[in-house]
Design a protein around this ligand. Structure first.
Ligand SMILES: NC(=O)c1ccc[n+]([C@@H]2O[C@H](COP(=O)([O-])OP(=O)(O)OC[C@H]3O[C@@H](n4cnc5c(N)ncnc54)[C@H](OP(=O)(O)O)[C@@H]3O)[C@@H](O)[C@H]2O)c1
Length: 412
């Protein structure tokens, strides 16, 4: 640690030298002089650790702050706890770790009077963590909506733009470097779920674990869902939602259709965006590059600079809200039906019996191509899924019913 009062160096130990770590290592010397003018201290790397080189204990010994950019749960969790117990500030971009062990890590930061910063963990360089923790600390937040995974947003944008299948759009994302060789955590929604758990934790000051977030991915989306939705004037996104439901909280991730006026409807390609809704502020939307080495490294450096300037801030727990599972949603419903009289009537009867009312409907195709595509008004999801199950039993359906949620616009 810095011991000589004349020494103006602020020593940063770096764990991980991959996509983000290497970009961070390059940024530090580039910005050192500017940061020294700003803070009076000059940041410099005190050591870099990878799987093949560097020792954590040696780096810790000679660092004022530890940056963790290795990813995964262990040994990252142990390193961060140990660094904080030794009185070091820590910065990480590890959303999986924070969404599962955040409470333990924040408690450790509080107990040791150090800072744990994590702006890079959600939405890359978009400063959503700071905004929730600081700028909006005075607002009562009702809901947060986010497009927090750039890979899936790129895939859905390409499918809508070109008519590609999911597999073709994924291959294109991998070719352009927007998707990793193993894209499973992105496309199945788990990456977005981890980020939404962190955002919910901050927005509602209540502990939220990744296991409490229901998530669904985009693997099952068909090109014709996008084509029909286009006719209905809808845009498809993988949406994360964290919202108050009665006295509880619901956090979920699923594909959803948006009407064109929705603030997230125009966010396309690998971009991320987060919308925060509250009675006091109506609505704030932040958007920008959601990932990438240099972008995330810039958010990490911002955190390092903030940690060089006290005071510390770790998210307080104000309350423990119950997690609510059943919420109200509107749905797009796609039915491949037999081309015969009375089909619409039997579908309508099943929906009406479960309290599901239809907002708009298009009937297309003849014979083997006959389809009913509708949007239903907001309804308790359990009721809608009961109607789906009943529809699935109809002889006149040629394939299982398909449904995707539709987000209704509230602040038009
Ligand atoms: N990539 C992005 O755009 C992005 C965006 C936001 C957040 N993040 C987060 O940032 C973190 C880093 O991501 P990344 O994409 O930079 O990962 P990456 O390219 O896979 O790099 C990981 C680095 O950590 C090192 N490492 C991993 N496990 C280690 C261990 N057990 N001991 C020592 N070193 C270890 C690796 O060492 P070797 O070099 O020896 O393999 C490598 O240098 C993750 O938490 C990720 O979720 C990434």
């Amino acid at each position: 640690m810095t011991s000589d009062p004349g020494d103006r160096a602020f020593r940063v130990g770096l764990l991980g030298h991959g996509t983000v770590g290497a970009a961070f290592a390059a940024l530090v010397p580039q910005h050192a002089a500017r940061v020294e003018r700003l803070t009076g201290l000059r940041p410099e790397l005190s050591g870099v650790m990878t799987r093949r080189s560097g020792s954590f204990e040696e780096i810790l010994e000679r660092s004022d702050l530890i940056v963790e950019l290795t990813g995964g749960i262990e040994p990252a969790r142990g390193w961060l706890l140990r660094a904080m117990q030794e009185g070091r500030h820590v910065v990480t971009a590890n959303k999986q770790l924070l969404s599962q062990y955040g409470e333990e890590l924040w408690e450790c930061a509080r107990a040791n009077g150090v800072q744990l910063r994590f702006e890079g963990a959600v939405a890359g360089v978009v400063p959503v963590i700071r905004v929730l923790q600081e700028a909006l600390a005075g607002a009562t937040i009702d809901r947060v909506h986010g497009i927090v995974n750039g890979t899936t947003n790129f895939i859905l944008t390409e499918m809508a733009r070109t008519g590609m299948t999911f597999a073709e759009a994924l291959a294109e994302a991998q070719r352009l470097g927007y998707a990793e060789a193993d894209p499973s955590e992105d496309v199945d929604g788990r990456d977005a779920a981890a980020k939404m758990a962190i955002l919910a934790r901050l927005a509602f000051a209540s502990p939220v674990h990744l296991d409490q977030v229901r998530y669904e991915g985009i693997e099952h989306i068909q090109p014709d869902d996008l084509a029909y939705a286009h006719e209905l004037g809808l845009e498809l996104k993988l949406i994360g939602t964290a919202e108050r439901v009665g006295s509880g909280l619901n956090v979920r991730v699923h594909p959803a259709f948006l009407y064109p006026g929705h603030p997230l409807a125009s966010v396309s390609g690998p971009f991320n965006a987060v919308t925060v809704e509250s009675e006091e502020i109506t609505e704030i939307t932040m958007s920008g590059p959601g990932a990438g080495g240099p972008q995330t490294a810039s958010a990490v450096l911002g955190d390092v600079i903030s940690a060089m300037i006290p005071p510390a801030s770790t998210p307080p727990t104000a309350q423990v809200l119950e997690i609510v599972d059943d919420v109200v949603s509107a749905f797009y419903l796609h039915l491949e039906v037999a081309d015969e009289p009375g089909v619409l009537a039997s579908v309508a009867k099943i929906l009406a019996e479960r309290g599901v009312s239809v907002k708009s409907v298009v009937q297309r195709g003849l014979g083997e191509q006959a389809r009913l595509v509708m949007v239903v008004h907001p309804v308790l999801e359990s009721r809608f899924f009961a109607a789906m199950a009943a529809l699935g039993g109809l002889d006149v359906l040629r394939a299982p019913p398909r449904a995707i949620r539709v987000l209704e616009e509230e602040f038009g």
